[in-house]
Write a protein that binds this ligand. Structure first.
Ligand code: IDP
Ligand code: MG
Length: 142
């Protein structure tokens, strides 16, 4: 297995529920290290660009509107197999279908308000980390 990096976002619903720390514990307890982080309130333009891959999907407008409804906690995570590991910790997109013990099963209410984002592959991870963090704000190898 390789050491990878992935982008994670704690979405407005989970930030509002005050569970940033609980979600960070899931990362830390499973070998994922926070190597960059910031709390931000995304503009419609920023959220729209971040989710541009979903532009043609029927839920795009709702997604952008939800992601700009409050502050989000954005972090780059590093660790063994980080991309798949984070997806595993997150659980399925629809919290009703997410395995027990996953972040979405434990903290999310609906497919719209589903607590977390995680990169889905090496290419998207690279692009997504670069979208939010310049190289000088990423601190690896601590
Ligand atoms: P993911 O977050 O599990 O990677 P994606 O398919 O990449 O899921 O979709 C991005 C986000 O768009 C989801 O996390 C969810 O918030 C929203 N979304 C996806 N599918 C639907 C849907 O069918 N209805 C409403 N929102 C959806
Ligand atoms: Mg996705």
């Amino acid at each position: 297995m390789a050491i990878e990096r992935t982008l994670s976002i704690i979405k407005p619903d989970a930030v509002a529920k005050n569970v940033i720390g609980k979600i960070y514990s899931r990362f830390e307890d499973n070998g994922l290290k926070v190597i960059a982080a910031k709390l931000a309130w995304l503009s419609p333009q920023e959220a729209g660009e971040f989710y541009a891959v979903h532009k043609e999907r029927p839920f795009y407008k709702d997604l952008v509107s939800f992601m700009t409804s409050g502050p989000v906690m954005i972090q780059a995570l590093e660790g063994e197999n980080a991309i798949a590991k984070n997806r595993e910790l997150m659980g399925a997109t629809d919290p009703k279908k997410a395995d027990p013990g996953t972040i979405r099963a434990d903290f999310a209410e609906s497919i719209d308000a589903n607590a977390v984002h995680g990169s889905d592959g090496e290419d998207t991870a690279k692009v997504e980390i670069g979208f939010f963090f310049p190289a000088m704000s990423v601190y690896s190898g601590r």
